[in-house]
Design a protein around this ligand. Structure first.
Ligand code: FE2
Length: 272
């Protein structure tokens, strides 16, 4: 069965709708989310409802945890200012139902297992999704140790990340999928060329960001695992000018600081 993975939607209604349409057109019924449904964008309530109404299972991101628990003040100014706007939105009486569902997400598991389809007659393997990096504890806002934020290899080998994933779930893990940096990346034992692995389908994948890509490509990004276990990033055009205008409007009304609105709007055009 083909499955889709969406992450870092960040209240971007137009990007979320475009990605859900693309997933539906491909006939994909199994979808997981990797957190950060809310924050930054103007339509956090709409996007969270769109995910919850579809019954999509997932894990919380640092924006759900920080905004719901009111700890976003420790973030950088841009994220904290946007977090304040989103928290005010969620505290409105009309939004109690979705806020309660977000609390359930925040109190829920930090990782989830799924079955990775394998080519031919092979038994499905185990995959694991997290927001930022695998942890036994409650941590949601740190990064994999094996690469710089721009995707360059660093420190740990990426296979160590798989071992860490195995430690937290007590099973052999073939696929570790994560989000958080908003930069799509696929690392496999094939591409790695280390020759350390018997199975060529081991991989660590950054699934990219639906609502705020930062790889200098403004199109919404999500990830598919095909029937044979192969991984693919999908890019989807969406009307980011409409999203930008909504953010700019929040700056004009004072709901967002004008400088914050300008930065959040401008980055969508360039995928930064
Ligand atoms: Fe994010």
């Amino acid at each position: 069965m083909v499955m889709a993975f969406i992450s870092d939607l960040h209240g971007n209604r137009e990007a979320a709708d475009a990605v859900f349409n693309d997933i539906a057109e491909r006939g994909i019924n199994q979808v997981y989310h990797l957190g950060d449904l809310i924050g930054y964008g103007p339509d956090s309530v709409y996007v969270a409802n769109a995910v919850f109404d579809r019954g999509i299972p997932g894990v919380p991101g640092n924006h759900e945890v920080g905004i719901l628990k009111d700890t976003y003040d420790t973030w950088n100014d841009l994220a904290a200012n946007a977090g304040r706007y989103t928290r005010n939105l969620l505290l409105k009486d009309d939004n109690i139902a979705v806020t309660n569902q977000l609390w359930e997400l925040v109190r829920g598991p930090r990782y989830r297992l799924f079955e990775v389809p394998m080519d031919g007659d092979k038994e499905p393997a185990t995959g694991l999704i997290v927001h930022g990096a695998p942890h036994k504890g409650e941590e949601v806002d740190d990064y994999l140790k094996s690469y710089h934020l721009d995707g360059r290899p660093y420190g740990w080998g990426w296979s160590d990340e798989l071992r860490k994933a195995e430690e937290i779930c007590g099973k052999e893990v073939h696929a570790l999928l994560h989000g958080h940096t908003h930069r799509p990346l696929i690392r496999t034992s094939d591409l790695n060329g280390s020759g350390d692995f018997e199975d060529p389908y081991l991989y660590v994948v950054n699934v990219g960001s639906v609502g705020q890509p930062r790889d200098e490509n403004p199109r919404a990004c999500y990830t598919i695992i095909h029937d044979d276990g192969c991984v693919e990033h999908i890019r989807v055009d969406y009307d980011f000018r409409t999203t930008m205008k909504k953010i700019e409007q929040l700056g004009k009304t004072g709901e967002l600081m004008s400088e914050t609105a300008e930065l959040l709007s401008g980055r969508l055009e360039f995928g930064q």
